[in-house]
Design a protein around this ligand. Structure first.
Ligand SMILES: Cc1cc2nc3c(=O)[nH]c(=O)nc-3n(C[C@H](O)[C@H](O)[C@H](O)COP(=O)(O)OP(=O)(O)OC[C@H]3O[C@@H](n4cnc5c(N)ncnc54)[C@H](O)[C@@H]3O)c2cc1C
Length: 385
């Protein structure tokens, strides 16, 4: 039988104390009114002061070695901190991409100079990164990117348009996937490279793509002949596809793939308990949801353990994201059915959390690779295609 998910790694005992510290910190932040829990806080709640406070406590860049300004702690310790922050709906969007995947990518492929330049700032919560992958005609078909990297004296010139670039209007750096050479015959994955683009740059235009609510998270980013010196290539020219797909395992399996609507579920359970309102059917529905959530957490931990061992668990990561993002959406249905409340943006408690969850839910199964694409990854691993 094909084994798709690696064995679960039990969390080391010392993570219990760390978890308690993070809970204490979150409790103090809430008591001081420094944030209100939000659904999808890792995408929607940008708060640079909060990121800096996390950095000051050593809860960013946790797996970055001390020599580069990090904490030299384990991936599982980072997991514990991350899941506590997400479960609380804390505002973690500012540092999210940099801490989750840019730091590991720099550690793996970056030059000494790039590591020295960016990693300490990421660990302090002071360096934010936008991901320049998707384009108007290349989302799922990432190998079809049309942004060109032309060789020029001393470096490269990037020309093209990226789209859905979350946080690019605040970011200090963009990581850009571009075509730097021709495909190798029919292999379009060859000839792609990754570049680090410092922002702002006069040759980079960042335009908002607003949500219906007017919120500004996404952008269109136009690269108009931006010059990138050779020392800002990330990794090896031509190896962009391999590097980006390795990053995706970090992007697809974390607790953010099943906890985006957890603050809503948490509030719902508390409210029903307080009101003594949950009948047997309601309790069974909640039990079913929480049991599946727990299973997903075990799967996600299994992937985290595999990443920590240096494995590349892309298939298990794809499974976690597919199942997890569907559960995130189901939590909304459960809340609507069990709580007699209307969604109300900006309202405290359940109505506001419900409104946020509904607003952001269309993106859950799209971002980081759509669920249809992920099922293709799983089907291939099962030998079905
Ligand atoms: C909240 C959010 C944040 C995002 N942030 C970023 C970011 O920061 N940086 C970035 O680069 N991108 C970002 N994206 C873009 C995201 O990665 C793309 O939306 C996603 O990869 C899908 O690409 P697309 O939108 O071009 O859809 P398309 O690729 O056009 O797909 C449209 C539909 O067709 C289906 N489909 C396509 N190909 C196949 C196939 N071969 N088999 C079966 N079905 C298929 C897809 O599943 C989808 O349902 C973000 C998206 C969202 C929603």
């Amino acid at each position: 039988m094909t084994v798709l998910v690696p064995p679960v790694v039990p969390l080391p005992a010392e993570t219990g104390e760390l978890r308690a510290q993070v809970r204490g910190f979150i409790g103090a932040e809430l008591a001081a009114g420094r944030f209100a829990p939000r659904c999808d806080s890792w995408h929607a709640a940008w708060d640079e002061d909060f990121s800096r406070r996390l950095g000051a406590r050593g809860w960013l860049g946790m797996t970055i070695p001390v020599a580069f300004g990090g904490q030299g702690r384990s991936a599982l310790e980072r997991y514990v901190v991350t899941e506590e922050l997400l479960a609380a709906g804390a505002p973690v969007a500012a540092h999210w991409v940099a801490d989750r995947q840019t730091a590991p990518a720099l550690l793996r492929y970056g030059t000494e100079q790039q590591k020295q330049r960016y990693l300490p700032a990421i660990a302090r919560g002071e360096c934010y990164v936008g991901l320049g992958l998707s384009e108007p005609d290349a989302g799922s078909d990432l190998a079809g990117v049309r942004t060109r990297a032309a060789r020029v004296a001393g470096g490269w010139e990037l020309t093209g348009t990226k789209v859905w670039t979350t946080g690019a209007h605040h970011a200090h750096v963009l990581t850009v996937l571009a075509r730097s050479g021709p495909p190798d015959g029919r292999n379009r994955r060859a000839g792609l490279s990754q570049f680090l683009v410092n922002l702002p740059d006069p040759a980079v235009r960042v335009r908002p793509i607003r949500l219906l609510s007017g919120e500004h998270h996404f952008n269109e980013v136009v690269l108009d002949g931006v010059f990138i010196p050779d020392d800002m290539v990330l990794g090896e020219p031509g190896e962009g596809w391999r590097q980006v797909t390795a990053e995706l395992a970090y992007e697809r399996s974390g607790p953010e793939r099943f906890l985006s609507t957890f603050p809503l579920l948490d509030c719902l359970v508390r409210q029903l308990a307080e009101q003594g309102a949950a009948g047997r059917t309601d309790a069974a529905r909640l039990g079913d949801t929480v049991a599946r959530l727990w299973t997903l957490r075990q799967m996600s931990l299994a992937v985290a353990g595999a990443l920590a061992r240096g494995d590349a668990p892309e298939v298990a990561a794809a499974l976690v994201k597919d199942l997890g993002t569907r559960l995130e959406n189901e939590v909304i249905d459960v809340a609507r059915q069990l709580a007699q409340v209307e969604a109300a943006p900006s309202a405290p408690g359940l109505p506001g959390l419900l409104a946020g969850a509904v607003m952001y839910s269309p993106g859950f199964t799209l971002r980081g690779g759509t669920n249809e694409i992920l099922r293709g990854v799983v089907a291939r691993a099962l030998g079905l295609r």
